[in-house]
Design a binder for this molecule. Sequence first.
Ligand code: ARG
Length: 475
Amino acid sequence: MSSLSPGCGNMDQDKNRQKLWGGRFKEPTDAFVEKFTASVAFDKRLYPYDIAGSIAHARMLAHTGILTQDECDQILTGLEDIRNDIETDNFAWSVKLEDVHMNIESRLTSRIGDAGKKLHTGRSRNDQVATDIRLYMRDSIDHITSELTRLMTVLVDLAEREADTIMPGFTHLQVAQPITFGHHMMAWFEMLKRDHGRFLDCRKRMNVLPLGSAALAGTSFPIDRPYTAELLGFDQASENSLDSVSDRDFAIEFNAAASILLTHMSRFSEELVLWTSAQFDFVGLPDRFCTGSSIMPQKKNPDVPELVRGKTGRVIGNLVALITIMKGQPLAYNKDNQEDKEPLFDTVDTVIDCLRSFSDMMPNLDVKKENMINAAKTGFSTATDLADYLVRKGLPFRDAHEVVGRAVRLGVEKQTDLSDMSLEELQSFSDRIENDVFEVLTLEGSVASRNHIGGTAPGQVRAAILRARETLDTE
Ligand code: ARG
């Protein structure tokens, strides 16, 4: 039946009255469009921030005399009651009310009456949602940086325990030079330290208040934005209303930091997967972090690192989604922005879970020292040390490289490591070689000789650990 029919028209108007914006519409929203455009299914998770933002806004409205203190008090009590309703599962979220903001506002009005209708004075959902997300992101960053600090501490502890443990270092995944396992763990620490810094940088730029920008141009009411900023712990009110209702840079920046972090964790994961294989057998993961195979009884699979490596894909995907959502938007707010939430929430959850799984798993790593030492003994990992030795004996480096190359070729043919060759054998390559050569050909001698800032010598690793602990203490 046509909506022009008088009876139906009245019914439609009734339906529209449920909408907070129903006034100018002649017919109800299409049922599918209602669902398609609603965000409440996912943005209800913002409720603590939406309530906090509304409380601050109401207090500012009373502070500036736009609302009476009594109206403000009713709003604050109403919002606290709603918080309680949500937390005790006494809140029916409605798709008809579109999003978290209108669900809460509508409930407020049905609870406290006219004062509830005044809460939206001088604001819009555009500045409201921008504020909610920033508050949510700020909390999420604080959670993530504290989880990151936990993992960094775990790595430093492990590095300290294994400061002297020797393993082969790789380039091109071929044995390169001996290193210490502690040094390797501290390489991971350095990556996480940069990640931590990136999240803090992002937090600084994020901590600016959009509220008061209203729909896009500001408001005609005499609001006090610095006051609201202070109530919500923002460093300042945003400078430009158009920019601040539409800006999602902070979300992109956060997701970029998260993508780099997970790229690091994916690389750690790849190493753990390799190291737990029968071919490397450098470390063992506790059974409770692994799963078996339904068909192959011998299998113990490193699922946690594999999943972390896999989840990196979705976080990078979320970054691409967010940056793509923004690229075609004219100023100011557009509905496209509603698409920012699911990728953001997913990234926050994924990052926290990945960090947590690593922090729980890494202290329980079974470090198989013997296997690592044996692996370092194969592959001529001290060949560079022999070349450096010859340089110290007066041979130019290029010539030394050639001499050692020939020695390695013999070693490959005879399947003997340089350190297992006799002095005579070694002297057949250069008469500069003397008995003291064996000191540099040992793995211990090799790592101990890399004794400068950033080197793998156990003493340097311990010094790096001390510096790391100082950084961790100041966080
Ligand atoms: N649910 C919306 C979002 O997430 C809230 C802002 C809606 N504003 C609007 N003008 N329709 O972006």
